[in-house]
Design a protein around this ligand. Sequence first.
Ligand SMILES: Nc1ncnc2c1ncn2[C@@H]1O[C@H](COP(=O)(O)OP(=O)(O)OP(=O)(O)O)[C@@H](O)[C@H]1O
Ligand SMILES: [Mg+2]
Length: 254
Amino acid sequence: MNTNTTIAQAPAAAPAQASSIVRLQDVSKIYGSGDAQVRALDDVSVGFGAGEFTAIMGPSGSGKSTMMHILAGLDAPTSGHVFVEDTDITTLKDTALTKLRRDRIGFVFQSFNLVPTLDARANILLPMRLAGATPEKEWFDLIVTSLGIADRLSHRPSEMSGGQQQRVAVARALMSRPAVIVADEPTGNLDSHSTDEVMDLLRRAVDELSQSVIMVTHDTATAAYADRVLVCRDGRIVSDLRDITADNLTAALR
Ligand SMILES: Nc1ncnc2c1ncn2[C@@H]1O[C@H](COP(=O)(O)OP(=O)(O)OP(=O)(O)O)[C@@H](O)[C@H]1O
Ligand SMILES: [Mg+2]
């Protein structure tokens, strides 16, 4: 955690930086039409630093998941541009976008999204298999050992605890060395012990592997693992914190 800066109250949004691994530029997302129209994202510009752990917080309905889906290429913005490693993904055709998503982005969701019929090993290796890539054995061994799931590799998801399943999902995301790991409430279904384990792991991926991580969380203790916390409200980023203390988070979320 940094201690030498104070809360930056970003007027509209944090500036997008050239060194960003992912960058949103003037992104808006409007769902529905007429009276039912919802502006889920309202002209957001923000850059996510390479090798940085960013947490996104904010009330329910403030646009967090919408932002994650759009920056990961799972959904298209109504207007604006999204850059992943300098590629404007809003201009990509479906096949190119699918490939970029598969090769460059690691996903971790609240519901784990593991394939129930496959054991842990096969789940971890599945994205690389689908990509026709050869997994590095040493990398695989390092990941499953440091995640504490080396002795669970032949277990199916239904034979593992929630924390173990989520660690398998994190291993799967790390396996292809993606440009960025995108995690939407990755610990939302976990008890506090498993939450700490998964957060320690993501933190280590950032510190030891220079992995970039963008994570949505409702929990201030979970957000405290990050280097930077963005707070969303009504489809905008209203705070950009790097001095992540309990007091600062409480003030920004008020
Ligand atoms: N597919 C959709 N169709 C219509 N409206 C949507 C759709 N997805 C999201 N919305 C609306 O967009 C707004 C932002 O939703 P979003 O899911 O991004 O919020 P969130 O910050 O992730 O909330 P939560 O903390 O509850 O997960 C909400 O008003 C929501 O109702
Ligand atoms: Mg959400």
